[in-house]
Design a protein around this ligand. Structure first.
Ligand SMILES: NC(=O)C1=CN([C@@H]2O[C@H](COP(=O)(O)OP(=O)(O)OC[C@H]3O[C@@H](n4cnc5c(N)ncnc54)[C@H](OP(=O)(O)O)[C@@H]3O)[C@@H](O)[C@H]2O)[C@@H](O)CC1
Ligand SMILES: Nc1ncnc2c1ncn2[C@@H]1O[C@H](COP(=O)(O)OP(=O)(O)O)[C@@H](O)[C@H]1O
Ligand SMILES: [K+]
Length: 475
């Protein structure tokens, strides 16, 4: 069965608020809070043995969940104390949860937290929008082992930004769906193990919010299959501009395309002497005509432009590709300081944060918003590469990729990415889907490498197997 793409939805905290409100129309809010508290308790019982535990309870619903956990853990015989940070509003859900807590409640104290063997952080949830109070920061800093309810207090659930400080949780239990901030840096490193629990919110309430952000997983997109009557031009042709001086980048991109299932991979060398490209793989076609002539071939719709190219090489070739309405995957050398106009018309661009900043200016704490804006302004798909790669479409859709490995942090792995994305584009996938699939398969290829330190060439060698695994995972 195909995965329902709603499985991968990452609602923002604001959307989650709306989801909670809608859910409360069919299931009592008190029941949702009880379920949330019970889910957190079960995870604590699974991961820890009974020990001196302090539950830090804030004034909102996150604190309400904390009071439920306190009651349920105490029932299991755990020595539990609640540390209250303000009182819940009279008559609120959190207020009734607090009223059911009959045991020890203490005022905020650094010393008591320092003495606790386990600290449960139920001060603020994912919707936090301002800096934590310094006295709260001082207390959180004393926690030795910490479990966060929903998200560690201080992490912005929409962006992963940190409001002054956030503790490092060993375990974070969130409800219904993860939020973007669970997966985005710098917040991501504060989450520890992430557990997402179903608390009884009906799936259909997702329809009441316009979800635009997704976890990048197979099923969000579908890779083309190889048909019995396949032939090379149906699989798709990938063409790559090959630089004169730096030749490895285009060759890595080509190798990646060949191994990802492209029907044909061609290199258009910018210099006369083509030996380096001719000798690199017997499967590659090397162009010997000028670009104008080559572009008469209508089968060659998809081009990679940038890996290994100098400014001049980009300026000599990119405008011609765009003028002839080719689909261009722009990377590396195509990101010239302040020259965003050169990129107008590309289908997909794949900058890392340095390249992105060079062309589009500094990125504030809300990277998603900035990448979405650039995708919209430039009318193309933007892949902001990194350990939490963000793929934004001009229509506002965003995918956050987690399926990767720091094994990718090696020179040339970006070139490999451009090759696989171009392959999927040439196979007929839409740009956003091709980019998402390429990023996932690239991550999978790195995960398949036998040791932790593969070269980009080795990663490229695992593309075919990684593509097959992506296809299987769609089911
Ligand atoms: N059906 C549901 O709803 C369910 C919800 N669930 C749970 O709800 C949680 C979200 O709850 P929430 O919206 O009440 O947010 P939460 O962070 O607990 O409190 C906000 C309060 O804190 C205050 N405050 C904020 N920042 C502050 C600061 N820096 N310094 C000082 N004060 C600050 C703020 O004050 P105000 O901004 O109004 O001045 C407000 O009073 C979610 O994480 C999940 O655990 C589950 O029970 C499942 C069912
Ligand atoms: N720590 C990491 N975790 C996951 N992916 C990473 C990490 N570091 C780098 N990558 C990925 O590796 C690739 C590096 O690309 P890039 O920076 O363009 O390198 P190069 O220019 O050397 O080819 C990107 O796809 C990036 O997302
Ligand atoms: K919390």
């Amino acid at each position: 069965m195909m995965q329902d793409r709603m499985t991968f939805a990452l609602p923002t905290p604001k959307q989650m608020e709306k989801i909670d409100q809608e859910a409360a129309k069919t299931i009592a809010a008190s029941q949702l809070m009880e379920n949330a508290g019970w889910c957190v308790t079960r995870e604590i019982l699974r991961h820890y043995s009974p020990c001196r535990t302090i539950i830090l309870c804030g004034p909102g619903n996150n604190g309400g969940d904390g009071y439920v956990v306190a009651r349920l853990l105490a029932k299991e015989g755990w020595p539990v104390t609640v540390m209250a940070f303000g009182s819940p509003k009279a008559g609120s859900q959190a207020d009734s949860a607090a009223m059911q807590w009959m045991e020890k409640t203490i005022s905020p104290s650094e010393n008591d937290v320092a003495q606790a063997e386990l600290v449960i952080d139920a001060i603020f949830g994912a919707g936090l929008k301002r800096d934590l109070d310094p006295s709260i920061v001082a207390i959180l800093k004393k926690a030795k082992r910490l479990v966060a309810i929903d998200i560690p207090s201080g992490v912005d659930g929409a962006t992963g930004a940190i409001y002054g400080y956030a503790p490092h949780a060993e375990l974070t239990v969130t409800f219904f769906r993860a939020k973007p901030g669970h997966y985005l840096f710098p917040g991501k490193v504060h989450i520890g193990k992430l557990v997402i629990k179903d608390i009884g919110i009906p799936l259909r309430v997702l329809d009441c919010v316009p979800i635009s952000t997704w976890l990048n997983e197979p099923g969000l997109w579908h890779l083309p299959v190889s048909a019995v009557d396949d032939y090379k031009y149906r699989r798709g042709v990938v063409s790559i501009i090959g630089g004169a001086k730096v030749t490895g980048a285009a060759r890595l991109s080509a190798l990646s395309a060949l191994n990802s299932g492209a029907g044909l991979v061609c290199i258009f060398p910018t210099r006369q002497d083509t030996t380096i490209y001719s000798l690199s793989s017997p499967c590659l076609m090397i162009d010997h005509h000028d670009l104008e002539t080559v572009l008469h071939d209508q089968r060659r719709q998809v081009w990679v432009c940038g890996p290994g190219l100098t400014e001049n090489e980009v300026k000599e070739n990119l405008p011609q590709l765009l003028a002839s309405k080719r689909h261009v995957v722009a990377d590396a050398g195509a990101f010239l300081p302040g020259q965003s106009h050169l990129l107008k018309g590309v289908s997909i661009m794949t900058p890392h944060i340095g390249e992105f900043t060079r062309v589009f200016g500094t990125v504030e704490s809300n990277r998603i918003q900035k990448v979405q804006q650039v995708a919209k302004d430039m009318e193309c798909v933007v892949v902001l590469k990194g350990p939490d790669t963000i793929i934004a479409g001009p229509d506002g859709r965003v995918a956050i990729n987690q399926h990767a490995s720091s094994r990718l942090a090696t020179a040339g792995s970006g070139d490999v990415l451009s090759g696989v994305i171009a392959t999927f584009l040439a196979a007929g996938m839409k740009p956003w889907e091709a980019a998402c699939a390429g990023v996932w398969v690239h991550g999978q290829a790195a995960l398949l490498c036998k040791h932790d330190w593969p070269s980009a060439e080795m990663i490229a060698g695992h593309m075919g197997k990684a593509r097959d695994l992506a296809k299987i995972s769609e089911k």
